[in-house]
Design a protein around this ligand. Sequence first.
Ligand code: CA2
Length: 147
Amino acid sequence: MTRTIYILNGPNLNLLGKRQPEIYGTDTLEDAASRCREVAESSGLNVDLRQSNHEGQIVDWIHEARQKAAAIIINPAAYTHTSIAILDALFTFDGPVVEVHLSNIHKREAFRHHSYVSARADAVIAGCGIEGYALATRRVVSLLAKA
Ligand code: CA2
């Protein structure tokens, strides 16, 4: 069985740590990857963190995950609130799915309160900054151990 966790990130998250630190903090996606790697490697798992500004690319990575990943951690960014395509792709994936948001989307504008992706997520973490990715990795490790 594959031992890789895909960590998929949506549009504009390549700017993490470089813009709007008051909302998203000063850590970068690479910092998030390092934290996840520490958690995963202690349980013999690998992480593969990716970011794309394109919805179809994220859908393609989820399809690829069907063969190549044991679990998916996903921050779909703005696609959280719009993308039935990403939701439908996640429904084709059999392993654990954890949705992560850096900010607490429920404390923000009303249009951020609804997530399409949550209809498939086994867990949702919001408002913990990049620590949320490490928490999601911990949860995935524990779900995979039970499977
Ligand atoms: O809080 C989150 O993680 C979000 O998924 C981030 C999205 C936003 O549309 C969601 O409502 C909540 C935005 C990602 C934009 O990322 C940036 C990072 C740094 C600087 C500018 C944008």
